[in-house]
Design a protein around this ligand. Structure first.
Ligand SMILES: Cc1ncc(COP(=O)(O)O)c(C=O)c1O
Length: 399
């Protein structure tokens, strides 16, 4: 499969594009031009790479999960340890890239949206480092679930603004952030946290996250002398997944995306955008989303704040339609079981988001042959989730 996309209009096949009000068209064109110039400027590229190496802690390790492999049988399981990146999740790769770009463009203010709070923390972190003013919109429900991250953002000097409409989660925070950006586009850079939004955001975020797959390729070559047979990642908007998948698209590597099936895809409480979604426009881009017959968004649900989004990055919609990547729903319960398994077997407490990928990968690993390898993107660590995990486990033990 060719990786030469999106096209000049920001289309991945029929998906993607720029569905935005006229006031934002100039801002998007300015962003695209600045981005192209930045990638062509070795000073920018060096600063991005230097910051990732000296500040963020790249390369992150690729850990062989030996005890887990023995326990499950089948393929050898490797974990790409984005949980060990500074601030605890892959989101920092992208925040570093976009904040450096904002500074280069002469913008002094940053606005962002966040679900699990990891993108908000990453953004607040780079803003503190670069001396930029930072405002983060976050759904009220997510502020409750991710209390620790709200406090972290505030400590870093960011203003966290609650989004109180709809399900009070990521979609609502994104609406508020876009609204704010439209009104303040002159001096404000919108730092999007996933491969969603209008062109050039999905491409830009992918290019800042592909470091995950690029490093994995090199590290597995060193350890096993070969490419992996399969790779898996969880999909909210889709940034850690595309970061892992993109460098492997033209290789013979099976790719699996885990989306949140919440309480089950036969119920109304899920965020399984590809499995249950249809084509439509959300947050400036044409993609799959969960909507009713009138085009109204169905409120998504997942135990994990970072997967609780009704849309999906347009590149994933394209990869799903073309059949290159297989996407499957993983329920809250399955994710929590996988989380416990990894924690007990390897002493690694993953984020609940990442646990969705773990479940899917464990299922695939058991079906694979001994000696084959599967790599899982461990997108983040679970410290932020201990309250949600405790709550869910207490509920489970009572039922
Ligand atoms: C740890 C972690 N993993 C995954 C995600 C999902 O985002 P994406 O699909 O863009 O990687 C989030 C989002 O907040 C997250 O915090």
């Amino acid at each position: 499969m060719s990786k030469v996309y999106p096209d000049n209009n920001g289309r991945f096949g029929s998906f993607g594009g720029k569905f935005v009000p006229e006031t934002l068209m100039y801002a998007l064109e300015e962003l695209e031009k600045s981005l192209t110039e930045a990638w062509e400027d070795s000073t920018f590229v060096e600063e991005y790479k230097h910051t990732l190496a000296e500040y963020a802690g790249r390369p992150t390790p690729l850990t062989y999960a030996e005890r887990l492999t023995q326990k499950l049988g089948g393929a050898k399981i490797y974990l790409k340890r984005e949980d060990l990146l500074h601030t605890g999740a892959h989101k920092l790769n992208n925040a570093v890239g976009q904040a450096l770009l904002a500074k280069r463009m002469g913008k002094s203010k940053i606005v962002a949206e966040t679900g699990a709070g990891q993108h908000g923390v990453a953004t607040a972190t780079v803003c503190a480092r670069l001396g930029l003013e930072c405002k983060v919109f976050m759904g009220e429900e997510d502020m409750r679930r991710q209390e620790l991250n709200v406090f972290r953002m505030e400590l870093l000097g960011a203003e966290v603004v609650p989004a109180v409409s709809g399900s009070k989660t990521l979609k609502d925070a994104t609406n508020e952030a876009i609204r704010y950006w439209v009104a303040n586009v002159e001096d404000t850079f919108y730092l999007i946290g996933s491969v969603v939004g209008p062109h050039p955001y999905p491409k830009m975020v992918r290019d800042f996250q592909r470091i995950i797959g690029d490093e994995t390729k090199e590290q597995l070559q060193d350890k096993e002398g070969t490419l992996p047979d399969a790779a898996a990642a969880c999909v909210g908007g889709g940034s850690n997944a595309i970061g892992m998948f993109y460098p492997f698209l033209e290789d013979e590597v099976e790719l699996f995306g885990a989306e949140a099936a919440g309480k089950g895809i036969s119920t109304k409480k899920h965020a399984a955008t590809i499995t249950k979604g249809t084509k439509g426009v959300i947050h400036g881009s044409l993609t799959y989303l969960i909507q009713d017959e009138n085009g109204q968004i169905i409120e998504p649900y997942s135990i994990s704040a970072g997967l609780d989004y009704p849309g999906i990055g347009p590149e994933h919609a394209y990869l799903a339609e073309s059949g290159r990547v297989a996407y499957e729903g993983v329920t809250d319960k399955e994710a929590l079981e996988a989380l416990s398994l990894l924690t007990r077997a390897e002493g690694i407490l993953p984020a609940i988001e990442s646990a969705h990928a773990l479940h899917l990968a464990f299922k695939k690993a058991k079906e694979m042959k001994e000696g084959q390898t599967i790599v899982i993107c461990l997108s983040g660590r679970g410290d932020k989730d201990v309250n949600s995990i405790k709550e869910a486990m207490e509920k489970e033990s009572k039922s």
